[in-house]
Design a protein around this ligand. Structure first.
Ligand code: ADP
Length: 270
């Protein structure tokens, strides 16, 4: 519904004139559209747990005297409110990210330390499912960026691997430097993701199976946070998976071999 302003200019080339058309949608209009979209999604998503909590509170009231029912409703309320809290946390993270300027706040970051921290923060949920996280390999060079944001991204990937993997399985985290890129992969032995779903999972609030995701405590925002953070760092995140054969999420980030260059295109003034 936004207005698209097309800029039209006539420019002379030799004896002839050509017509130049430029899409002049400003950065602001685009950001605004994205934000409106985001607010609409957020409101919709927040209504679900809030509605559930309110219904459960009513049920709880009605169940007075029935100890078993009271306990059941209370437990479900707890579950819904922790989901709500996870969602609010993710939303805050995502909006913080939208205002973040990695180029300005950036510093050399040791991704080995970032991965160690991300693994550490997932220790408890891994232990709860008897999942071992095995880290292999090492990165030689730092990347340029924001250590906190990168930790969030990797923590989300490892968190997903643990949530979707079966009990007593292994989550692998591999680190390697290749052709100027830091490559980090997170592999799980979970249910896998079909090819069609792989195209959509990085979208905000997209969940392959809303019921399963709700059970596993998902918010549908984890992977879009990952994608944002990695894109802000001029990197890429991709997924390899086949249903029934687990999933591997791979992050590629440009390594710093010297001071970060201002002009990546290489056409610096002479
Ligand atoms: P959620 O909070 O629901 O996990 P994400 O954005 O992190 O949201 O992931 C989007 C969807 O992608 C999930 O709902 C799930 O269906 C799928 N997904 C993500 N990671 C995995 C994984 N490691 N194994 C299987 N499915 C996954």
């Amino acid at each position: 519904q936004g207005t698209i302003i097309i800029q039209v200019r006539v420019a002379p080339i030799g004896d002839e004139y050509i017509l130049l058309l430029a899409d002049d949608r400003t950065e602001i209009t685009r950001t605004e559209a994205m934000r409106n979209d985001f607010v609409a999604n957020v409101s919709h998503e927040l209504k679900t747990p809030v509605g559930a909590i309110s219904l459960l509170a009513e049920a709880l009231e009605g169940a007075a005297g029935d100890e078993v029912a009271v306990r059941r409703f209370a437990q479900r309320m707890q579950k819904e409110s922790s989901r709500l809290s996870a969602m609010v946390q993710d939303i805050i993270e995502l909006s913080r990210l939208q205002g973040a300027n990695v180029v300005q706040s950036g510093k050399p970051v040791d991704l080995n330390a970032v991965v160690a921290e991300a693994v550490d923060r997932n220790k408890l949920p891994a232990e709860a499912k008897d999942i071992s996280i095995v880290v292999g390999g090492k990165l030689e060079l730092p990347v340029y960026g924001d250590a906190d944001l990168l930790t969030t991204a990797l923590r989300n990937l490892i968190d997903n691997a643990i949530r979707y993997a079966p009990e007593h399985s292994t989550v692998g985290v591999g680190l390697r430097s290749r052709e100027g890129l830091a490559v980090i992969s997170v592999t799980d032995q979970g249910p896998g993701i079909s090819a069609e779903e792989q195209e959509r999972i990085f979208e905000r609030f997209y969940r392959v199976d809303a019921a399963r995701s709700r059970q596993t405590g998902g918010t549908g925002l984890g992977l879009s946070i990952v994608k944002h953070v990695i894109a802000e760092h001029a990197g890429e995140v991709s997924v390899w998976s086949q249903p029934g054969q687990g999933s591997t999420f791979t992050v590629r980030l440009p390594e710093m071999d010297q001071e970060p260059e201002e002009n990546q295109a290489g056409d610096a003034p002479a």
